[in-house]
Design a protein around this ligand. Structure first.
Ligand SMILES: [Mg+2]
Length: 112
């Protein structure tokens, strides 16, 4: 069983890794491009799994979990290099969502 990692710990793990292995963060613009690239890899798998596209042989070793984790890694890099505390921002985002959507989805006929 893998030990759980908090969001704060994950930011520290990524930062330590960048200092030790990655030398330094890529620029914010490069990491934005990397993030879009990784989101594209997620889209490719979902498109072929749940959409109408079929897998090419070269896609068969792709794994949705791995690609989502790649997105998370680059997202954490961007947060670290721009001084964002993802724990705080995630909490604030969930509170905002709860206030804003308290009965919105429950009242959405399309979801019933
Ligand atoms: Mg990837």
């Amino acid at each position: 069983m893998v030990k759980d990692i908090t969001i704060r710990e994950s930011q520290k793990i990524v930062d330590d890794w960048i200092q030790e292995i990655g030398v330094r963060y890529f620029s914010e613009l490069t990491n934005l491009a990397q993030l879009v690239e990784e989101v594209g890899e997620v889209a490719r798998i979902i498109s072929r799994t749940y959409g109408d596209q079929s897998f090419k042989d070269s896609d068969l070793d792709k794994n949705l979990g791995e690609e989502l984790a790649d997105v998370l890694f680059v997202l954490i890099c961007l947060a670290n290099q721009t001084g964002i505390d993802l724990t705080e921002e995630f909490k604030k985002g969930m509170e905002k969502r709860t206030r804003r959507d308290f009965d919105r989805h429950r009242n959405n006929e399309k979801l019933k």
